[in-house]
Structures are given as C-alpha cells and as structure tokens.
Design a protein around this ligand. Structure first.
Ligand SMILES: [Zn+2]
Ligand SMILES: [Zn+2]
Length: 345
C-alpha cells in the first residue's frame, strides 16, 4: 500500500509498504479521508516527545472496514467508520470514570500506532474492543465525519466549561478549531460569540462562519470593544484556540467576574511572552479549566451531533488533497493558507 512515512523530523517519504495483516480482534480499514492538523504539522517540523519514527501520521481518520479479524462482532466488512484515535486501557481510574482521554496508558493512532496518512489502517484489537470505531450514517460524507475528532476535543472543553444558553463566548483564533468551537457554543445556545483574530485573511474567512463580532486587536482596542459588547461585564467564557500566550493574557482581562476560562490550546512558549496577571484569577474568581483531547465517548456523541444536523459544518471550506500532496498539505496548515486540509482517497 502507499503510505506517507515520517522517517525523521522534516522528512516525510511517500512509499510502498506492506499492507498490515488483520489478526484476531483487529479491523483493517481502507482510509477514505484523514484530516491534516497542526499536531501533524508540529510532528513533521519539530518532532514530539512521545513520537517514535518511522511513523505514519494522521489521527482524524475515516474509512471503510475491509477485513475483520476473528472475534470481531460489532464491525462488519463494508461498514463506514470514524476512528476515535485514542486507544485506552479501560482499567485505570480515568478510564473507569469515562475520562479516558486522560488514560494513564493512552496510545494514539498516528502517534504510537500508524495513522491515516496511508491507504490502509490497522485498528488494534484493544481499540476495537474499547469501541473506538463509530459507524458513519450514509448521509454524512467521509470528509465531514473526519471533523469528528477536532470537534470532539471542543466538546470535551465546552462540557467542562458548562457552555450554555445565555453565555457570551470569546474565542481567540479564527482557524478551524476557533470556528468549530464557535459552532458548538452556538449549538449549545450560547451567544453572542466574539472572535479576536489578528490576521485579516482569517477574519475574512471566519466572518460568516459563526461569529457575531470579529475584532482585530492590531487595529482596535480589543479589550474596549469586548467591554462595549458586554456592557462592561466582560465575557462569560473565554476559549483561546491559538498557541499565543498574549491571547491567554488578554483573555484574563476580558473575562467577566466568575468567568470560565478554557485552557484549550497548548501555549507556544517560544512566542514573545508577556507577564501574566494571574491575580485576575483571584480577584475575579475566574474558573480556569484545562481541556486536552477527547474521550471515546466524546467522539461517539460528536458523530451523533453531526449526523443529527444539529450542528452543520458543510459550509466550512475543506481543502481536499491527495496523499501524494501531503507535504504541500502540511505546509498549508503551517502557513495558514487554508482553513481545513483533508486527505481524500
Ligand atoms: Zn488533530
Ligand atoms: Zn486507562
């Protein structure tokens, strides 16, 4: 099969490798669509602590089951599937509480196992058993269903933040995750939803995709604008969907008293770092909550939300590329020239 193999940092090679054999309890999936995300880009350009190379990247995977091993009952050949990428142990205290994105023995497809930047993907028996394969209904395309995982990460964050009707939500960053978070907040009844984004082209792209207000902090006093919109209260919920520490700091100033702050994107500390006014958390009683990845159940429920059309993503422009164009696709993610990039087979 053809696979894009990350052999070393900055070196991704398109080559024929053996199609994995499907053993007992395993499922062989023909990949149909796989999202290309910033995490893949980071692995490619900088590597990652837990990433062992050579590795086939790609964790936003959908495909068709082409072979099922002995003992596999729930999945049949021909099933259209979304793959929840985290393979969990099912036994640690976090797994037992349903918070398996925090599993002590978490292994991730496209990270610890080969992922979706290849024609076929072998789903390990432990994953099949834990229910990481979700069936995609026929009215949802593989490309749409490939958005399940990033949207499930947003669902994890917003459930922890208890985003609900009446909440004013501030999102930093009008990229894919910013837009998905806006969509999700809206579907939960929140609004108005405010975007703060310094890139004009991103504002232009995001404007009609779910925000009530778009503010460019380089052109106007963003804090003043936010205070005007919220009648000097500040926002109920802040979700930075970008790695810039400056957004983190501004968000603390823009949050209302008793506001909820979602630590959703990891911070890039190599960015110019300002001193944080962490005392704002104390004085304003801000709730600071982390959100990392998504559980198996978040994936399942997110696919249900997409299937019910309660949350529509059809109008989000997805740039489809071939597997052969993977390096170009990673570059598009890096220079932010496309909102969403997906390998389509
Ligand atoms: Zn991702
Ligand atoms: Zn576990």
């Amino acid at each position: 099969m053809l696979a894009a193999v990350l052999e070393d940092i900055g070196k991704i090679t398109l080559k024929e490798i053996n199609t994995p054999l499907c053993g007992e309890g395993e499922v062989l999936v023909k990949v149909e669509a796989c999202g290309v995300c910033r995490t893949d880009m980071k692995c490619f350009t900088r590597g990652q602590r837990d990433l062992k190379m050579p590795r086939v990247l790609g964790h936003e995977i959908t495909g068709t089951a082409v072979k099922t091993g002995k003992e596999v009952k729930e999945i049949r050949e021909g099933d259209r599937l979304q793959v929840s990428p985290g393979i969990t142990c099912g036994e640690c205290e976090y797994c037992l509480q349903g918070q398996d994105n925090l599993c002590n023995h978490l292994q991730i497809m496209g990270f610890n196992y080969d992922g979706g930047f290849a024609q076929y993907l072998l789903v390990p028996a432990r994953g099949v058993k834990r229910g990481i394969l979700n069936k995609i209904p026929s009215h949802i395309t593989f490309e749409e269903a490939a958005m399940t995982e990033p949207l499930a990460c947003s669902l994890n964050m917003q459930e922890s933040l208890e985003v609900q009707k009446g909440d004013t939500v501030l999102i930093f960053g009008g990229g894919r995750l910013g837009i998905l978070n806006a969509r999700l907040a809206r579907s939960r009844g929140a609004g108005p939803i405010i975007l703060v984004e310094p890139l004009e082209k991103r504002i232009a792209g995001a404007k009609n995709l779910g925000f009530d207000y778009c503010i460019n902090p380089l052109k106007t006093d963003a804090l003043k604008e936010v205070m005007n919109i919220t009648r000097n209260k500040g926002v109920d919920v802040v979700i930075p969907c970008c790695p810039d520490p400056r957004a983190f700091n501004s968000g603390l100033h823009m949050a209302a008293k008793r506001g909820r702050f979602g630590f959703f994107s990891g911070l890039a500390w190599e960015e110019p770092c300002l001193s944080f006014d962490l005392n704002l958390i104390h004085y304003k009683e801000i709730k600071m909550i982390g959100g990392y990845g998504c559980s198996i159940n978040h994936n399942k429920r997110t696919l249900e939300i997409l299937s019910s059309r309660k949350l529509e993503i059809k109008d989000i422009p997805i740039r489809a590329i071939n597997l052969e164009e993977i390096e170009k696709g990673l570059k598009m993610v890096e220079d932010m020239s496309e909102l969403a990039v997906t390998i389509s087979f």
